[in-house]
Write a protein that binds this ligand. Structure first.
Ligand code: C2E
Ligand code: CA
Ligand code: CA
Length: 568
């Protein structure tokens, strides 16, 4: 025998009610009665069900539920579903309403209200995480882009609805992490977030983009002066010391400011300009804001064109290598060469590295370019040695940029190029500048050791232009040191420069490092360096950097001569 309908309702694990064709509650299980009484006290049976929905929902949503229920009751829809926020507004408990038609003698609908609070909580959590930064609780980049997109569209509709973006990057924050540890670094970021938050109005959007980068979207600014004032306030607020772990920490930041304009179509364009303006603040030494203006736009445009052209140059084989001889000062014989990158531009002719290396570094193209130079130079040296046994021992110096050096697979790449070109690795000298050593000394030492395990030599380049002392350099297992050409070039004019070169050479020798002097332009430089017991030299006095073909010729002509062949 079938159970009667009340028993059936009672045994359902959710709140359940039966409505008649007019939508009145005809029957309900105990838990449903309780729920409905909570929503609205009084007799449940005989009442229109949608009244309860009216109580819970905003007018438009309530109308939607009414229409949905009506379509089920009239039999035009097989099912209707809707999530209802029950409970208190501050602490809603969610119920999924599902109505299905009942046919037969008593036409109407069966309504079920299942508890989905946990599922809703989870959904909200996921949604929150998708748009917030976990460390600071601020909005993240995704949400910022979203808001910025709205501002861009609003400005297109209404030219008065001006907005500004402030792009912030903390200065030397890596040093904070290094000195105080990451935990303190993270705490500091939280406090910074807090300080920034306090500067904002309700409508402004503050986001953390990750690391030590933040962005502020200010809606409804009156113009450039208001945006500048805002940037000024940010700088001043951050200038006050942060007290952490009983210490005072000072932090400054670099800001790029962009004022919205109808020319912006996409958030990425705004952020790119803000980033470039911020970058310009960094170049001013930080603790500074820069407004993005037409001048910067031209610079940015040029940089972008250059980047594109460089990319193509790499593809089309326009990057080539020139070689400058390095000469033994005691014998006057060429002992090696330095490989120097050149861009053979189809219309602009030869472009020097000072113009394109910085762009290659900024864009990451330096990795490809650096590998290309190393590979090309190794090949040439091996060929040269095969053709002329005297040249088989020439050393090859190649410049390595910081970005390249810090790549996790840098050592593997060098090893692969050594193997591929079949060069004797002990002929290869990789030249690093001091900047490479400043960020993470321990890691740099490790990488240098791994390079030396390949039998490659490692040189400290441009010595004297950075900040490091020779005692700092001592930590790194270099084989030789290059005295920067700025000292060598002025050696004979200023006694002070002569002293600097003398000191560097003497101290380098005490550390067991060979010394190469760059920028030797005069015979007087050569003689002075011989007096100072400097081992080798390179410079226009001996030879300018030349294409590979000329190096072949140079080696053939000048090889073994006690006096420099190109002395002018
Ligand atoms: P650097 O490593 O200091 O290279 C020596 C520079 O001094 C070269 O400039 C060379 O032409 C120039 N030079 C040589 N002798 C003299 C001289 O007697 N007087 C003067 N005034 N200058 C002299 P270049 O070829 O223009 O290269 C400039 C810089 O570009 C290099 O400085 C190096 O830092 C960078 N570079 C060049 N090729 C590469 C490369 O393949 N990779 C990387 N990462 N950097 C490179
Ligand atoms: Ca060099
Ligand atoms: Ca140099």
């Amino acid at each position: 025998m079938l159970p009667d309908s009340t028993d059936l309702l009672e045994s359902l694990p959710t709140h359940a009610a039966v409505l008649d064709a007019a939508g009145l509650v005809m029957a309900a299980n105990a838990s449903c009665l309780e729920l409905l009484r909570e929503i609205d006290a009084g007799e449940v049976l005989g009442r229109p069900f949608f009244r309860y929905c009216d109580k819970l929902l905003a007018a438009s949503a309530a109308t939607a539920v009414r229409d949905g229920l009506a379509s089920v009751l009239s039999g035009t829809a097989p099912r209707y579903e809707m999530d209802l926020p029950c409970g208190r507004p501050q602490n809603p408990t969610w119920r999924a309403l599902c109505a299905t038609p009942l046919h037969g003698r008593h036409a109407g609908a069966l309504v079920i209200l299942a508890d989905i609070s946990r599922q809703k909580q989870l959904e909200e959590h996921i949604l929150h995480d998708a748009f917030h930064d976990t460390l600071t609780g601020l909005f993240n980049r995704a949400l910022f882009l979203n808001r910025l997109d709205q501002s861009i569209k609003r400005l297109k509709r209404n030219p008065e609805a001006l907005y500004a973006v402030l792009y912030l990057d903390m200065d030397r924050f890596k040093l904070v992490n290094k000195t105080f540890g990451h935990v303190t670094g993270d705490r500091l970021l939280m406090i910074i977030a807090n300080r920034l938050q306090k500067l904002l109005r309700e409508a402004d959007t503050l986001a953390r983009f990750g690391g030590d980068e933040f962005a502020i979207l200010v809606d409804d600014v009156t113009g450039i002066s208001e945006a500048s004032a805002m940037a000024d306030t940010v700088l001043r607020q951050l200038a006050a010391p942060f007290r952490l772990k009983k210490q005072e920490i000072f932090v400054t930041c670099s800001i790029g400011v962009v004022l919205g304009s109808a020319a912006y179509e996409h958030p990425d364009q705004v952020l790119r300009d803000a980033d470039n303006a911020m970058y310009s603040s960094k170049e001013h030494g930080g603790d500074h804001y820069t407004l993005f203006d037409a001048g910067l736009r031209v610079v940015t445009q040029r940089r972008m064109e250059m980047e594109m052209a460089l990319r193509q140059a790499l593809e089309h084989g326009e990057i080539t290598v020139h070689y400058q001889p390095i000469v033994s000062l005691s014998t006057g014989v060429i002992t090696g060469v330095e490989a120097l990158a050149r861009w053979r531009h189809p219309s602009q002719g030869l472009i020097t590295p000072n113009e394109f290396i910085p762009i290659a570094e900024e864009t990451g193209l330096i990795n490809e370019l650096g590998a290309l130079v190393l590979r090309q130079a190794c090949r040439r040296m091996v060929d040269l040695g095969n053709a002329n046994p005297d040249a088989a021992k020439l050393t090859l110096s190649v410049n390595i940029s910081g970005r390249q050096f810090k790549r996790p697979d840098f050592v593997e790449e060098v090893a692969a190029i050594m193997a591929e070109t079949d060069i004797d690795p002990s002929r290869v000298r990789l030249e690093l500048t001091e900047s490479v050593l400043m960020d993470n000394a321990d890691e740099a030492v490790e990488t240098i050791k791994r390079l030396k395990a390949l039998r490659v030599k490692v040189v400290i380049d441009d010595f004297g232009t950075g900040y490091s002392s020779l005692s700092y350099i001592q930590r790194f297992p270099f084989d030789s040191l290059k005295v920067d050409r700025s000292f060598v070039g002025n050696m004979n004019e200023a006694e002070q420069n002569m002293e600097i070169v003398r000191t560097i050479i003497a101290m380098a020798h005490k550390l067991g490092l060979e010394v190469v002097a760059e920028g030797v332009e005069l015979n007087a430089h050569r003689e002075a360096l011989i007096d100072l017991h400097c081992e080798s030299a390179q410079g226009f006095y001996f030879s300018r950097p030349n294409p590979g073909e000329e190096l072949d010729e140079q080696v053939r002509r000048g090889w073994g001569r006690p006096t420099p062949p190109d002395a002018a």
